[in-house]
Ligand binder design. Structure first.
Ligand code: SF4
Length: 65
């Protein structure tokens, strides 16, 4: 079973840290100034782990895919 990365958007404060660290996986959603996941599976795990570690709201996590 694989895993996918998700953002709890209710908790996202729109700091853009994840987008800067891992632009192929995360993008800003212009409509509400929160991040969204554009590549939930198959992205670079190292940079996703870094984004998880640096998210000030702890709102990025892995889910079973
Ligand atoms: S690092 Fe966390 S709080 Fe910042 S934009 Fe990404 S998901 Fe939102």
């Amino acid at each position: 079973m694989g895993k996918k990365v998700v953002i709890d958007r209710a908790e996202c404060v729109g700091c853009e840290s994840c987008v800067e660290l891992c632009p192929e996986v995360f993008e800003m959603d212009e409509k509400n100034e929160k991040a969204k996941v554009v590549l939930p599976e198959g992205g670079d795990e190292g940079c996703i782990e870094e984004a998880i570690a640096n998210c000030p709201s702890d709102c990025i996590s892995w889910e079973d895919a």
